[in-house]
Design a protein around this ligand. Structure first.
Ligand code: ZN
Length: 256
């Protein structure tokens, strides 16, 4: 159920679940478009929305990506602005009777989303429940570790790292939009710094090409699998999170 429907059609379908993909307009090295996070977030949201009969919104294109400044084209807002904007959106959905809200986070660097969702769930449960899903989240435990027999998620990512403009994002773009990938411009780079150094300086201080990972290991076939497995595990996760929130009941007067 997408945003191409009319209000009459949405009213007739009467969804209780809404999905908001959140992306970012930010640099993705020499080989991927600045819209990469938006494309991936929307693809996840559309696929999950179809299975859940949910109302899928168009991707919010701009969030918090100050860590990618240094070359023109990335656009960000301050985390406090983003926090207030997201709060307004959640309340506008609540006022229309949506009970379950799923936020698909396409840009890993929106750290303010976690405390926002915690606060809103504490204030709005059990009437409204909000779940956050990151396309990356099911693969991170397997990065750089040997593959686990019987676990497909662990067998696709033989990379040492997935962080940015990496094998994960490049494979999915190769699958969804090969025409957007400048394959002849792919550069691998794994900075010699941990991720939190993005709090101390732009990515270009630690990676001259703006890449963090091994995009040269990408294929469209891997992208198709990453999207498929990510959606399957995402569906399981969403159901489990909503079940948990629905069943938790009252605790000393609190619904959180
Ligand atoms: Zn990205």
């Amino acid at each position: 159920m997408s945003y191409t429907l009319t209000i009459d059609e949405i009213g007739e379908l009467d969804p209780d679940t809404v999905i908001l993909p959140v992306g970012s307009v930010e640099q993705h090295g020499h080989h991927l478009p600045v819209s990469t996070d938006c494309i991936i977030a929307q693809a996840y949201a559309d696929r999950i929305g179809e299975k859940l009969n949910a109302y899928v919104l168009p991707c919010l294109p701009i969030s918090t990506c100050r860590e990618y400044m240094g070359k023109r084209g990335s656009v960000w807002m301050n985390p406090d602005t983003f926090y207030l904007m997201m709060k307004d959106i959640v309340f506008s959905l609540k006022e229309q009777g949506f009970r379950k809200i799923i936020i698909v986070q396409g840009h890993g660097g929106i750290f303010v989303l976690a405390p926002l969702i915690r606060t809103l769930n504490a204030q709005l449960n059990p009437n409204v429940m909000i779940c956050k899903l990151e396309p990356y989240q099911f693969f991170l435990p397997y990065v750089g570790s040997p593959s686990v027999p019987g676990c497909e998620a662990s067998q696709i990512l033989e990379s040492n790292t997935i962080m940015h403009a990496d094998k994960f994002e490049t494979s999915i773009l190769l699958y969804l939009h090969p025409e957007f990938v400048r394959s002849d411009r792919i550069v691998d780079f794994v900075p010699q710094y941990p991720r939190e150094y993005l709090n101390y300086g732009s990515i270009f201080r630690v990676s001259p090409d703006g890449v963090w990972g091994e995009p040269s290991k990408s294929t469209a076939e891997k992208g198709e699998k990453l999207l498929k497995i990510g959606c399957e595990l995402g569906m399981r996760y969403i159901k489990e999170v909503f079940r948990f929130m629905y069943e938790k009941g009252s605790l000393n007067g609190s619904s959180f």
